[in-house]
Design a protein around this ligand. Structure first.
Ligand SMILES: [Cu+2]
Length: 214
């Protein structure tokens, strides 16, 4: 990334002159020269926007997966987290923290065929590498009520919202993007798409209101 400290950059584009001054160096730990997309997700038809995933559909370049595995825990009879977005190529470590046996399997999903990772006890874990973009629903054949989702994305620019619906996606390289939402029950909250322009050292606000209807 170029540094523009104490400098002013003039960008001339189709007769428009935009002026960016770099004042946000390292603000909130964000990388200089990158931007932030932030906003709020509001919902109708479900109790709260908790577990809505918001992500950039495609960003230029390749995004190597993290070296450390992503964590999916089975604790107090619940998969935690409920929604686990990861970059393509990430290994997920499936841990059982309960003093009983849990299983991990998934039916055929987007990009993945059905698979049963097995059944194991407290403190034990198994890993699986998700190397194509797509999504699977995680289930446990011991406890039919247990359910979670792994969503495998092209890039690391994603966020899962809490009950308050606020989100922030940091360190996004400047550019034009398509941002999408994803929900565990797609018929209850339809996916929405929006275009967004990200500028260096600035935050762009992008709110979504989601419902059964598009
Ligand atoms: Cu279980």
């Amino acid at each position: 990334m170029k540094r523009f400290s104490n400098a002013v950059v003039f960008v001339v584009s189709i007769g428009l002159v935009a002026v960016f001054s770099s004042t946000a160096s390292g603000k909130d730990g964000a990388k200089q020269g990158t931007g932030t997309i932030k906003g709020k997700i509001s919902v109708r038809g479900v109790r709260s926007p908790e577990n809505v995933l918001i992500y950039i559909e495609k960003a230029p370049g390749e995004f190597p997966p993290p070296k450390e595995p992503a964590a999916m825990d089975q604790k107090k009879l619940v998969f935690t987290p409920t929604v686990l977005p990861i970059v393509k190529g990430t290994t997920v470590r499936f841990l059982n923290s309960d003093p009983i046996l849990h299983n991990v399997f998934w039916p055929a999903g987007k990009g993945y065929s059905k698979r049963n990772l097995g059944t194991w006890g407290k403190g034990a874990a198994k890993t699986f590498k998700f190397d194509v973009e797509g999504a699977v629903v995680l289930l446990c054949n011991v406890h039919p009520e247990m359910e979670a989702h792994v969503v495998v994305l092209q890039n690391p620019f994603f966020a899962v919202v809490d009950k308050d619906g606020a989100y922030e996606i940091k360190d996004v390289p400047p550019g034009d993007y398509t941002v999408k939402t994803w929900y565990t029950k797609p018929k209850k909250l339809r996916s929405k798409t929006a275009k967004v322009s990200v500028s260096a050292d600035k935050a762009t606000t992008l709110d979504f209101s989601l419902s059964r209807r598009r």
